[in-house]
Every structure is written in structure tokens, then in C-alpha cells.
Design a binder for this molecule. Structure first.
Ligand code: HEM
Ligand SMILES: *[C@@H]1O[C@H](CO)[C@@H](O)[C@H](O)[C@H]1NC(C)=O
Ligand SMILES: *[C@@H]1O[C@H](CO)[C@@H](O)[C@H](O)[C@H]1NC(C)=O
Ligand SMILES: CC(=O)N[C@H]1CO[C@H](CO)[C@@H](O)[C@@H]1O
Length: 346
């Protein structure tokens, strides 16, 4: 945006006659050349909000290998991490855009808000940032690290990236716990989920494809028990397969310990596969929001399509790219944090 205004005003100076015109012409050329890099940074040479593949090609060529090696080493030691890091990226993007505000350690930051209580992976981001600051100080944003680490955490299973990540995001300077109210609720119905996605420029295709992230990871029992023990009659959510409900009840008794969790994809909880969609079809989606995808005809058709792993990976890849663009800060906006947990003081 900023680059666009400057280019337009430089264009205004080209009008004139004779020697004065020549002079202004050169001024314009010099101005334009001077601003080309910032135009590129602001994404004016591409039809996106200012991101690019290989944004750090010249400024930090080792970014990909550093992020991947740190992430893979940590995932090798902790198989729960891919889910954590993927969810971290989702929460970051859904609250005030993908600007790493979720990482800020301020008293009232997003981290302390209820929906984020079980978000994790911050230590991995810190470890990556520390190495990147050694290799290319002050260059790579925390928001980009979050996006890249999510990709590489999942790629560990395949030893190849399932989706490509655009970079060039800059870090935000504000984090407020109240913002996390904007996250979709696991108890939301189909309309509420779709609204939450469309508020961010994402559509039905994205909702169904990105929900496939629930092919890995866990939920706290508190995100599930309201489906299992409804009201005083202890009745079970009618959208839940009764045998699967009994499995969930054995992991999540009433009441459940605060630390108790249950797999989101009860079939293959550590494999990033399309099994999630098959389970949604079989009424074995763990969250009410998973079950909701079978309650709308168009969504249910997409669920059926995405049981095909090739289609799932392609759709997930496309929608992750869109999610990674939500309200990003680029160009001269925001900052490149020196430490991901705090904004730069100077
Ligand atoms: C469609 C709306 C969504 C809702 C309502 C939702 C809700 C939730 C809830 C309640 C949990 C369990 C948290 C807990 O109780 O501990 C969870 C876990 C998770 N979510 Fe979602 N989510 C949604 C979409 C997404 C998207 C778009 C992604 C990523 C692209 C994602 C990735 C994950 C992952 C990987 C986990 C497991 C985290 C772990 O094991 O540490 N979710 N989600
Ligand atoms: C959602 O948007 C994508 C492009 O970003 C498009 O290909 C897809 O058809 C859209 N889905 C719906 C249901 O409109
Ligand atoms: C549940 O509680 C309500 C009052 O809160 C009562 O009218 C109803 O009969 C109860 N149902 C069962 C199945 O106990
Ligand atoms: C307030 C609170 O419990 N916040 C938690 C959010 O998630 C991180 C990472 O798992 C925890 O360390 C925090 O304690």
C-alpha cells in the first residue's frame, strides 16, 4: 500500500516540458528505482498481500534449512509437536492475523485466554529464532517462523513438504486476551463455523479442508464432555456414533481430570492422513465442530471428496496458503522482533 502511493505520486511528477521534463523524468526514474525493492516487499509485483515464496532468498538463504533441522529434531523427540505447531499457526492467523501476536508473553496476551490454554510449541519457535538470529540477525519474522515450523513439523512424517509457505510477514506489536473470543468454538454449529471462516476471507472449501488438521492431535476432555454428558439426563449427542461415544467416555469420565485428553482422530492420531474425513462420515468426529461438517449438504460432499488423500493434501495445501495470508503485516508495517515473546523496545 505504502509503495503504491509513492509510485503514484512519482508518476505525477512526469508531466512537464523541455529540459524541465527531462529533469523530472530522471528524478522519477531514480525515485522508482529507489522504491523498487520496497514495491517488491509490499507485494505490488504480485497479486497477494505482500508475501512471496523465498522472500528471504538473499537476506537469509539458510532460513529453510535452519527451521527444518530444528523442527525435525524436536519432533523426533516429541511426536505431539506437529499438532501443537499446526494449531499455533491457526490460532495466530485467526486472532488479528498471522502476526505472531500469539507468542507475546505480556500479562494479558492471547496465551492466557481460555481457548489457548492448550496451545503449545513456543519453545520450538524460541529455539528456531535463536539460531536464525545467529545466522541472519533481525531478518526473519516470528510470524514466518510460526508458519514455516507448522509446515516442517508435519513434513517430518513425509520427509517432504506437504504445502509451500509464502514468507514476508512482519510481527505485530499488540496482543490482547480479549481477541481470542474471535476463535471458532468447538461447540459451534455449521453456520457459526462458516461465519468465523468467512470473517477472515476463507470459504466453505477452506473450512472443510482446514478442519482436516484434526487428523492429528488431541483435545482436552472439557472440549468433548458436553457432548457426552448432556444435561441431567446424561444423554449423548445424537450426532455421535454410540460405540465411539463409549470410547470417548472411557477416556473422558464425568468429571474428567483437568489434564485428560482424547485423540481428535481416534483412528490414526499421529498420522497426517485423510482418515479424519472417513471418521466424520462415520459420526466419529471428536468435536461437535467436526460433526457439524456432516450437517450441511455441500460440506458433507466435500468431506466425502477429501477422504481421498490426494485430494485432501491438495485442498489442505491450497487453504493453508490462504490462511497464511489472513491480515498479514508486510512492507513497513509491524516489526521484526528480536525475541518472539516480546516486542522490540527500540
Ligand atoms: C473449524 C474450526 C475449529 C475449531 C472449532 C477447532 C477447535 C479445536 C479444539 C477445541 C481443539 C482441542 C483443544 C483442547 O481442548 O485442548 C483443537 C485442537 C487442534 N486443532 Fe482445531 N479447531 C478448528 C480448526 C482448526 C484448524 C483450521 C487447524 C489448523 C489448520 C486446527 C488444528 C488443530 C490441531 C492440530 C489440534 C490438536 C492440538 C494438539 O494436539 O496439541 N484446528 N481444535
Ligand atoms: C473457495 O475459494 C477458492 C479460491 O480461493 C475456490 O477455488 C473455491 O471454489 C471456493 N469455494 C467455494 C465453496 O466457494
Ligand atoms: C432434568 O431437570 C429438570 C429440571 O431442571 C426436570 O424437569 C427434568 O425432569 C429432569 N430430567 C431428568 C431426565 O431427570
Ligand atoms: C494461563 C495458561 O495456563 N497458559 C498456558 C498456555 O499454554 C502454554 C503452553 O502450553 C502454557 O505454558 C501456559 O501455562
Amino acid at each position: 500500500m505504502r509503495g503504491q502511493t509513492q509510485t503514484a505520486s512519482a508518476g505525477g511528477r512526469w508531466r512537464g516540458d523541455g529540459a524541465a521534463a527531462w529533469c523530472w523524468w530522471w528524478v522519477a526514474v531514480v525515485l522508482l528505482l529507489g522504491h523498487l525493492p520496497s514495491c517488491a516487499r509490499a507485494g505490488l509485483l504480485e497479486s497477494n498481500p505482500g508475501l512471496a515464496y523465498n522472500f528471504y532468498k538473499n537476506s537469509c538463504p539458510s532460513v529453510d534449512s535452519i527451521v527444518r533441522s530444528v523442527t525435525w529434531a524436536q519432533v523426533a523427540a516429541n511426536p505431539a509437536l506437529p499438532a501443537r505447531l499446526l494449531r499455533l499457526h491457526f490460532h495466530d492467523c485467526f486472532v488479528k492475523g498471522c502476526d505472531a501476536s500469539i507468542l507475546l508473553d505480556t500479562a494479558q496476551s492471547e496465551k492466557t485466554a481460555a481457548p489457548n490454554l492448550s496451545v503449545g510449541g513456543y519453545e520450538v519457535i524460541d529455539a528456531i529464532k535463536a539460531q536464525l538470529e545467529r545466522a541472519c540477525p533481525g531478518v526473519v519474522s516470528c510470524a514466518d517462523i510460526v508458519a514455516l515450523a507448522a509446515r516442517d513439523a508435519v513434513s517430518y512424517q513425509f520427509k517432504a513438504s506437504l504445502w509451500q509457505v509464502e514468507t514476508g510477514r512482519r510481527d505485530g506489536t499488540v496482543s490482547l486476551a480479549s481477541n481470542t473470543g474471535a476463535l471458532p468454538s468447538p461447540f459451534a454449529g455449521f453456520a457459526g463455523l462458516l461465519q468465523s471462516f468467512s470473517d477472515r476471507g476463507l470459504n466453505l472449501t477452506d473450512l472443510v479442508a482446514l478442519s482436516g488438521a484434526h487428523t492429528i492431535g488431541v483435545a482436552s476432555c472439557s472440549s468433548v464432555t458436553p457432548r457426552l454428558y448432556q444435561g441431567n439426563a446424561s444423554s449423548v449427542d445424537p450426532l455421535l456414533d454410540s460405540a465411539y461415544a463409549r470410547t470417548l467416555m472411557s477416556s473422558c469420565p464425568n468429571p474428567s481430570p483437568a489434564s485428560a485428553t482424547v485423540a481428535l482422530d481416534g483412528g490414526t492420531p499421529f498420522r497426517f492422513d485423510s482418515g479424519y474425513y472417513t471418521r466424520v462420515q462415520q459420526r466419529q468426529g471428536t468435536l461437535a465442530s467436526d460433526a457439524a461438517l456432516a450437517q450441511n449438504a455441500a460440506a458433507a460432499q466435500m468431506v466425502a471428496d477429501l477422504t481421498n488423500p490426494i485430494k485432501f493434501y491438495a485442498a489442505f495445501s491450497m487453504s493453508m496458503k490462504k490462511m497464511g495470508r489472513v491480515d498479514v503485516l508486510t512492507g513497513a508495517n509491524g516489526q521484526i522482533r528480536k525475541q518472539c515473546r516480546q516486542v522490540n523496545t527500540s
